[in-house]
Design a protein around this ligand. Structure first.
Ligand SMILES: Cc1ncc(COP(=O)(O)O)c(C=O)c1O
Length: 359
């Protein structure tokens, strides 16, 4: 049965009050949001409503026991005005992997993607056209049972809201390889995009900042020497002529969709990418041998963020080309051109969205 979405649309858009040349990241929200409720074992009451506050019960279980997961994706617009998504089905898969780990119900692809397609189609005018700008999409789910006691909730809300974001030009970052605090241990929730993972990272991030570093480079929980990831990015090391990145076979690293795209892109360009359990001592050795040619992070928000310095114990590595690693830049340019519809979609990653006809 086709997905039925009830619609209650705004009569006056807030768009004219929005300056696309000056959009603070994460603070501007478009006109509508999608909401669906899970109860009696099924998703129901799919609806698109004006973006705004909603009521929540003080005992809602998500607030106490943390059943809360999310995704971060982007819609862009081509020069001819076609809204586009990139690899949206990968986000559905990851969202449902997060749901399963947290004992939450899956959101069927039809519901997840139907919500996004309809929302993007309705709020297509909110997609900023400048290259590198996008409409950020935030699908999320949380537990709503009104109950005190640790058990899986029986009811949930799935919501998607969106907001325009400007081109993200992150300045090169410095990383502090933490040998005390950890983000994820084997058997834990590191691979899930759940709220608690981010809450737990805040104190170590603050302590790293107090030491003068921008972000934490997470190491494994047992030996504190295998590289995992950074803040909201996966990480690549340009060693000699090849790229090396931690394998995501373990359940401690988020399976970044930008990471996957980067690997496919580089391999298609004939650039070797090695995925391995990566000991930070190998990075230090490469640095000492003058073979560490660049380091960069990949993620939906920035696409690529260059790393100019890594601290590990007493060792401070000043990464050459930290401002513009050629490999990192090459991929960033490719994704920006792909999202603008300027180049051929050779990997078949782009989904075009039909814009809603206005009456
Ligand atoms: C912890 C973490 N790692 C990596 C990433 C990069 O993933 P993606 O490329 O899918 O945005 C993100 C962002 O979603 C993240 O939050």
């Amino acid at each position: 049965m086709a997905l039925q979405i009830k619609k209650d649309l705004v009569t006056t858009s807030r768009l004219p009050e929005t300056d696309f040349d000056n959009i603070p990241f994460g603070r501007t929200f478009s006109d509508h949001m999608f909401v669906a409720d899970y109860k009696d074992g099924k998703w129901q009451d799919a609806r698109i409503v004006p973006f705004g506050h909603f009521q929540i019960h003080p005992a809602a279980m998500a607030l106490h026991y943390g059943q809360a997961i999310f995704e971060g994706m982007k819609a862009s617009i081509s020069k001819d005005g076609t809204p586009m998504l990139m690899r949206p089905e990968m986000h559905v898969t990851r969202f449902n992997a997060s749901a399963t780990r947290l004992m939450m119900p899956e959101v069927p692809g039809e519901l997840f993607l139907g919500a996004i397609r309809e929302l993007v189609s309705i709020d297509a005018d909110w997609i900023p056209p400048a290259k590198g700008s996008a409409l950020y999409l935030r699908p999320y789910m949380f537990a709503t049972d009104e109950f005190i006691g640790v058990k899986p909730s029986q009811t949930y809300k799935f919501i998607v809201f969106t907001g325009p974001v400007g081109p993200y030009y992150p300045k090169p970052v410095s990383l502090y390889a933490d040998t005390h605090y950890i983000r994820a241990a084997e058997g834990g929730t590191g691979f899930a995009k759940c709220a608690g993972n981010y809450a737990g990272s805040l104190l170590p991030a603050k302590l790293a900042m107090d030491k003068g570093y921008d972000q934490v480079l997470w190491l494994d929980a047992k030996e504190h020497k295998y590289v995992q990831e950074v803040g909201t990015m996966n990480i690549f090391f340009h060693i000699g002529d090849k790229l090396v990145t931690p394998t995501i076979e373990q359940d401690t690293i988020l399976k970044g969709i930008t990471r996957d795209s980067a690997i496919k892109f580089y391999r298609s360009e004939g650039i070797e990418v090695e995925e391995k359990k990566l000991n930070i001592d190998e990075v230090v050795e490469a640095y000492d041998a003058g073979k560490l040619n660049g380091v960069f992070g990949t993620g939906t928000a920035a696409v690529v963020a260059h790393v100019h310095q890594i601290a590990y114990g007493d060792k401070i590595m000043n990464v050459p080309h930290g401002e513009a690693d050629g490999y990192g830049q090459k991929f960033k340019t490719f994704i920006e051109e792909l999202r603008a519809g300027d180049i051929e979609d050779k990997f078949d990653w782009i989904e075009k969205i039909k814009v809603r006809e206005t009456a």
